[in-house]
Design a protein around this ligand. Structure first.
Ligand code: ADP
Ligand code: MG
Length: 414
């Protein structure tokens, strides 16, 4: 199907959702000064929609006739893309809807995905307006690649989808406390980190995860491979990062994983009432059991229960200047789990964050830092109050679990 293939590879009718309040409140000026002419000269037909309030974009993409658009582009911070992705996955036609190519133009104070895309394009880091211009150029190239999403379960709110991070402890506290410094833009995280260091806490909880095996393949099987073919033909970037995914491989993971028969039975025979995914829109979470049930037996339980932070990342950047998961790629299918055990000194923690600007923190030999690749995780905080963030947004505090869905979304990466 040549026509739809070229549309997929070169989206040109874009809905551009602009959040005028994002970042320092300059998004419309930034659009006028940097983006409008660039898109027009590149022949990108686009319609600007100015978001009026929280959840406006989410409601809009839930209702809109997606056949009118080749791509949905967000000009804001990561928060607005979070709304759009969750809106798409709440639709009855979510399977089709989530294949809509998405784009991001950074005008927020938290622009982690934009920084990740810029990083994947292989050029040296740039910040603020230069990052915006870089992402504008990447958008004009209109090449689409797959992006991992992670489903997040908390105790009593509906399931969420996350494209960036799940955080608890130091990082989550900084993210939320630093909201009050948003007028300084991306520097809010640096200020917030210094403030938090002065009153360093220990966070108690139980952390467990399902380790990722290096050789596992895509989980969704045949159906997605069909789409994958299209993308492989049109996007060299996408195919280069994605080896050996031509076979339907629903079972590859189970086979390569420890052969635990009782667990297999548990997973494959789980009835709807046992499954963590009730009758919701969106893909089912085959690796998760309900939060009130014990962990599957092949999960690894972290022995320590005293932490300074837990950070699960699926893209490289936590903020414009924080390369938290240097090994992450757009659709590697991994949750890059990082945690810091309690007992670390303030000086050592500061050193970690300074090293993180260049992604060098994993090589510092810090005895308190652990990093590993996982496919799913569960965190049960012991303290009654606290902050958990998903893509920088606060979610219900309490037990939380996550499972990665490899390449579920599409992103214009240039
Ligand atoms: P930033 O990185 O600056 O925080 P975000 O993209 O994360 O930028 O946006 C923050 C929040 O602003 C989002 O949760 C979004 O729902 C909300 N929002 C969108 N449009 C508006 C608006 N017109 N007024 C206020 N808030 C808005
Ligand atoms: Mg990833």
């Amino acid at each position: 199907d040549g026509v739809s293939l070229s549309l997929l590879s070169r989206p040109s009718r874009m809905m551009l959702l602009v959040n005028p309040q994002s970042g320092k409140g300059q998004a419309l000026t930034l659009y006028n000064n940097h983006i409008q002419r660039m898109l027009n000269e590149a022949g990108v037909t686009h319609t600007v929609v100015i978001t009026e309030r929280q959840n406006h974009a989410r409601e809009l993409v839930k209702e809109t006739d997606l056949s009118q658009w080749d791509a949905l582009v967000i000009m804001s911070g990561d928060g607005l893309l979070f709304e759009v992705i969750n809106g798409l996955l709440e639709r009855p036609d979510w399977e089709e809807a989530i294949r809509t190519p998405l784009g991001i133009l950074p005008s927020g104070s938290g622009n982690a995905l934009a920084a990740s895309i810029h990083h994947y394009s292989g050029v040296p880091p740039v910040f603020s307006e230069e990052l915006l211009v870089s992402c504008g150029f990447l958008l004009c190239q209109r090449l689409v690649a797959r992006m991992d999403l992670v489903s997040i379960h908390v105790a009593s709110s509906p399931r969420l989808f996350s494209f960036l991070s799940l955080a608890w402890g130091f990082v989550a506290d900084v993210d939320i406390e630093s909201e009050k410094y948003r007028h300084v833009g991306a520097a809010r995280f640096t200020i917030g980190t210094l403030v938090r260091l002065a009153s360093l806490h220990v966070y108690k909880g139980k952390l467990a995860y399902l380790p990722a095996t290096e050789d596992y393949s895509i989980e969704e099987g045949l159906e997605n491979n069909k789409t994958l073919h299209c993308n492989n033909q049109v996007s060299s970037l996408a195919s280069a990062s994605r080896p050996s995914r031509d076979s339907p491989c629903q079972n590859t993971f189970h086979n390569s994983c420890h052969s635990n028969n009782s667990l297999k039975a548990q997973r494959t025979e789980s009835t709807p009432s046992r499954s963590a995914t009730k009758a919701l829109a969106g893909p089912s979470d085959s690796l998760l059991l309900p939060l009130d049930q014990p962990l599957p037996s092949d999960w690894v339980v972290v022995q320590e229960e005293d932490f300074v932070l837990m950070l699960a990342m699926y893209q490289s950047h936590l903020a414009e200047d924080l390369l938290a998961a240097p090994g992450a790629t757009l659709d590697d299918g991994f949750i890059h789990l990082i945690y810091v055990r309690a007992g670390i000194s303030r000086a050592a923690l500061l050193k970690l964050f300074l090293a993180m600007e260049k992604g060098a923190h994993l090589a510092t030999n810090c005895q308190h830092l652990v990093h590993t690749k996982v496919r799913a995780l569960r965190l049960e905080p012991h303290s009654p109050k606290g902050i958990i963030t998903v893509d920088g947004e606060v979610v219900e505090y309490g037990p939380v679990q996550a499972e990665v869905h490899r390449g579920l979304a599409r992103l214009i990466t240039g």
